[in-house]
Design a protein around this ligand. Sequence first.
Ligand SMILES: [Zn+2]
Length: 154
Amino acid sequence: VVTSTGFAIAPAPAAVSPLYRRRFQVQSRRDTAPELAVRRAVWRLGLRYAVDASLPLPGVRRRADMVFSRARIAVFVDGCYWHGCPRHCRPTGRNRPWWVAKLSGNAMRDVDTDSRLRREGWIPVRVWEHDDPIEAAQRVADTVRARLWKESVE
Ligand SMILES: [Zn+2]
């Protein structure tokens, strides 16, 4: 199977453990709890943004969880499992090889999205699901304000 992103993935194994199935379902949900926590914290810092918006990248369809179009900053709140967090993502069990391939495909896609954004003059900001939402929001706000300030003086 070759996805629209150009990364080949194997078809899902027929028997997926209940734990992984649950993670699959959790992942497919929008507005996850960590995402909402970061969004609320950024909002409280006085910043306004588009939610789950598509990115202006030629040739590919990618979205970010928060988009600051004037500052050209895209924020991604990455789930630890799905995006292969080095601290919490440990695929195990019978279908481990399939998951390792699948998750490394996801990680490659994240790297690809970031480099495409930079090429277009955007700044990608990655937040892990396990990050403290308040600290993450502060990092987002600092990045946005630094960019807007820099552009106002140039
Ligand atoms: Zn993590």
